[in-house]
Design a protein around this ligand. Structure first.
Ligand code: NA7
Length: 531
């Protein structure tokens, strides 16, 4: 059987950097990637308007000034094609492709206690033996298409934003229905509306959306980031979200006068992006504080919509601001001022079925030539659970996680030796700049593998007690915030039957990074190492 030191699942930002790091340690690694190219989430999410909500100067690798020197971002927030071009540029520069097998999905990874080895299988019949398995599968890669009766009878074409055709879709002259108003819906709806003859948007939850404030980057911004990248990234690792662009205001709302608070809201709102969430330190901790900000946001949102009844429908009223993923938009709310765009509230008019000609909701048929499902992902656990992972005594990881994911630090799970997750559940991941969190994990895993040494038997395994305590700690922290109050994908609430557990670590990148360092300083406290 073919053998490798490590198998890496996925060739997005995480898998690419992991491969680079393991090679630099002199290890052999094989990456498997379901797509035909590198990119992960940016390979699949090619829907119109797909764009990163973290600014491009921060949403890039931070480990190499040389990589940075050869690349020039064009916009404040990079659009999907530019990010994918960047990832291909990195793959070329680091010569990564020779160790990536594309169009290949890992189906199983089984641990053998006798040999202390994993056997990994793919849908193309590969079978490899390896010491380490590293899941670089991404948090938003397993698309979620809820069951809609009758979809198979629909006469037109339908698409999921998370698996968009590479050649693009031309909606010119078409009647289009979009289901879902999370980030993907909010980004794509204005562009679909520009082409479509008629657009019907089916909204289940009105979301808070803030103007992104996208614009071309200035040459001085690019020049500055070229000299400060490494310092900026070291600093980003000490912040809450791994983002330096918007330092949060530490003052509590109760410590600010009304005038100070409103000035803070205005400045941050107008600066664009997530900055608004840092208006005061108690934003996601206190209902009173949160409602002040939410009221301001609703007021600013309503100013963008001409029809009062439509504005009312678009204004979120069932969850605090910032605890369900905040959307950033370019012209989203204004789209509903267009005469050919309709909004249907599916809480009042539930979708009953897809018909041959469109969507039937609340007893009425809405005609459509094309359907777009912007219905999101089986986030954080979907792609991991999709692989038949078996650890000690043949225990199946997805069985162990049936009531919600159980990890220590989001890096590993008890009973599964030498299996690592990059940005797994229980780590800051989706509450942070993903690339900062990815780099922290990749470097931690690399150091750990070096510590285990080159012998065949070195094993690291999460201690069950440490895992139990970590899971309890994450839950306790989340329960002190307003996060559990929204039906969000952070909570698994968007997928029918998924356990409701808050999955990311809410304590911030900086605090989490300190914990990672303490664990290493205590020779991997909470893990069991064997020679
Ligand atoms: P999201 O944010 O999970 O949004 C999915 C949307 O689809 C959301 O509005 C859902 O409503 C809606 N949805 C899901 N199921 C249904 C059904 N059955 N009927 C009607 N509407 C439904 O996914 P995105 O792809 O937009 O964004 C994912 C992340 O990618 C984003 O947060 C960024 O981090 C990048 P709901 O709100 O659940 O009521």
């Amino acid at each position: 059987m073919e053998t490798k030191d490590a198998i890496i699942v996925g060739a997005g930002f995480a898998g690419m950097y992991m491969l680079h790091k393991l090679r630099s340690e002199g290890l052999t690694a094989q990456v498997f990637e379901a797509g035909e190219g590198v990119g992960g989430t940016w390979y699949w999410n090619r829907y119109p308007g797909a764009r990163c909500d973290v600014e491009s100067l921060e949403y890039q690798y931070g480990f190499s000034s040389e990589l940075q020197a050869g690349w020039t971002w064009t916009e404040r927030y990079a659009a999907q094609p530019e990010i994918l071009r960047y990832q291909n540029y990195v793959a070329d520069k680091l010569n990564l492709r020779r160790d990536i097998r594309f169009s290949t999905r890992v189906t199983a990874a089984h641990y053998d206690e006798g040999s202390n080895r994993w056997t990994v299988e793919t849908d193309r019949g590969d079978q490899l033996e390896t010491r380490f398995v590293i899941m670089a599968t991404g948090c938003l890669s397993s698309t979620s298409l809820p069951k809609f009766d009758g979809l198979e009878n629909f006469k037109g074409d339908w698409y999921h934003t998370g698996g968009w055709p590479h050649e693009g879709v031309d909606f010119t002259g078409k009647k289009v229905a979009v289901i879902g108003t999370g980030s993907s819906g909010v980004q794509s709806i204005p562009l679909i509306a520009e082409q479509a003859e008629h657009l019907t948007v089916f909204q289940r939850t009105a979301n808070f959306t803030l103007p992104a404030g996208n614009r071309p980057l200035k040459s001085e911004e690019i020049a500055r980031s070229r000299t400060s990248l490494l310092d900026d990234r070291a600093y980003a690792r000490t912040t809450g979200a791994g983002i330096i662009a918007y330092p949060g205001n530490e003052a509590l709302s109760t410590e600010m006068t009304e005038a100070e608070r409103l000035a803070e809201y205005k400045a941050r709102w107008e600066a664009g992006g997530f900055s608004f969430l840092g208006s005061h330190g108690d934003m996601v901790m206190s209902h009173d504080a949160n409602s002040l900000a939410a009221d301001y946001a609703r007021e600013r949102m309503s100013q963008r919509v001409k029809d009062a009844a439509c504005a009312e429908l678009l204004l979120p009223n069932d969850h605090p601001i910032g605890v369900k993923r905040l959307c950033l938009d370019t012209g989203y709310l204004e789209t509903f001022n267009e005469p050919h765009v309709d909004l249907v509230n599916v809480r009042v008019h539930p979708i009953e079925r897809i018909t041959e000609q469109g969507v039937q909701a609340g007893g009425k048929e809405y005609e459509a030539d094309a359907l777009v499902f912007a219905t999101g992902f089986d986030a954080m656990t979907g792609a991991i659970n999709a692989v038949d992972i078996r650890g000690r005594a043949g225990e199946k990881l997805s069985d162990k996680w049936a009531a919600g994911p159980r990890t220590y630090l989001g890096l590993g799970s008890a009973g599964f030796p030498n299996l690592f997750f990059i940005t797994g559940p229980g780590s800051p991941s989706v509450l942070s700049n993903m690339i900062v969190s990815i780099e922290m994990h990749v470097e931690w895993i690399t150091d750990c593998i070096r510590r285990l040494g080159s012998g065949n038997l070195g094993t690291i395994e999460v201690d069950k007690q440490a895992e139990d305590e970590w899971v309890a700690h994450v839950n306790e922290m989340a329960s002190e915030t307003l996060y559990p109050e929204a039906n969000s994908w952070y909570m698994g609430a968007n997928v029918a039957g998924k356990p409701r557990v808050f999955m990311p670590y809410p304590g911030g990148v900086g605090v989490y990074g300190e914990k990672l360092a303490e664990v290493v300083a205590a020779d991997y406290e909470g893990f069991r190492l064997s020679a």
